[in-house]
Design a binder for this molecule. Structure first.
Ligand code: ISE
Length: 329
């Protein structure tokens, strides 16, 4: 069976997903692309071999040739499209965040519950990254003992063009919230966010230092630096009672040239996580075939956004905020 996919949003990520599915995912093809900007939609359709090029995502969802929907439009449109896909009875892979606000995430989870089965996979692609999977295996193997601290850094060369105040937490740090819940198999219970003095007067303060506490008492610090300048760099180190596990960037060759040695960094996340995006899309397509959903679900999407909402309050007030994720229904 070939899953016929419609992609909503043909910006940086929509184009990347459409290409990935067309070139590297077995058992699927892109049949439609929708974007409010027709030239963008046309480009993604041409590059992925899609025969339908639309300007409206809701029309794409209802298109009779579309079996499943990939949502990669601006963050605040994710939840309405995801709900429409659920109502149309079509599986949906929704880019993160499920929504920038928890109320919209809850509405998606509720719509899915009413249909009585799972439709939604959230694009927390790090869960499919081979390096993060190895890290999870190492942490689960018990050889290192209980995790005590996790240090993480999340650096972009420069903030994307669509960047706005709050997105460092609601759009970038949500990856860290999700991956920490998944890696540690633990829930985040509080968040504090600090800004260095030199950045405190900026309209969009950068970098941020986030401190999370989990239910089992692990402390996690996360640097979010959206304009680090030198490249896209993601690091995680788990400090456990019996040793540490370090996930630095996968190492490209070191180039030795006159008077210096160094290795190139990817310019953004598409390079670092290319395998993760491909494996995520393949797993989604396979799960549609098998009826056994995988990856982060709507509840995980809600959990990450609840942490982000509390984080934005913590950033505004300077105080640590409790996070109440509750019990998965
Ligand atoms: C971007 O929007 C992403 O989704 C990337 O995965 C993330 O690493 C980056 O910080 C965001 O700007």
């Amino acid at each position: 069976m070939t899953v016929r996919i419609g992609v909503i949003g043909a910006g940086v990520m929509g184009l990347d997903h459409a290409r990935t599915i067309a070139r590297s995912v077995a058992g699927a093809r892109v049949v439609a692309v929708a974007d409010a900007d027709p030239p963008r939609a046309r480009r993604a359709a041409e590059e992925s071999g899609a025969s339908h090029c639309l300007t409206d995502g809701f029309t794409l969802i209802l298109h009779p040739e579309v079996d499943a929907v990939l949502v990669a439009s601006p963050d605040e449109t994710h939840a309405p499209y995801t709900r429409a896909a659920i109502e149309a009875g079509k599986p949906v892979l929704c880019e993160k965040p499920l929504a920038p606000d928890a109320a919209s995430c809850r509405a998606v989870a509720q719509a899915e519950r009413q249909r009585g089965r799972r439709f939604v996979q959230i694009g927390f692609m790090r869960r499919f990254d081979p390096f993060y999977r190895d890290l999870k295996t190492a942490l689960s193997a018990d050889a290192l003992g209980d995790p005590l601290l996790v240090h993480a850094a999340h650096r972009n060369a420069s903030a994307p063009s669509f960047w706005q105040a709050g997105m460092a937490v609601s759009n970038a740090a949500v990856h860290e919230f999700d991956i920490m819940r998944w890696l540690l198999d633990d829930e985040i219970t509080s968040i504090a966010v600090q800004v260095p003095q030199a950045a405190s007067q900026q309209a969009v303060p950068d970098p941020l230092l986030i401190l999370l506490r989990t239910a089992r008492g692990t402390l996690i610090d996360v640097e979010i630096f959206m304009n680090a300048g030198y490249g896209y760099d993601i690091r995680t180190e788990a400090v456990c009672r019996g040793g540490t596990a370090v996930l630095a960037r996968p190492t490209p060759p070191t180039l030795h040239r006159t008077g210096s040695a160094g290795a190139a960094y990817p310019s953004d996340w598409r390079g670092r996580f290319a395998d993760a995006y491909r494996l995520q899309a393949q797993a989604w397509v396979d799960a549609i075939g098998s009826g056994q959903p995988v990856g982060a679900d709507a509840w995980d999407g809600l959990a990450a956004t609840l942490v982000a909402e509390a984080g934005l309050k913590a950033l505004a007030t300077g105080a640590a905020m409790p996070v109440e994720i509750g019990v998965r229904p």
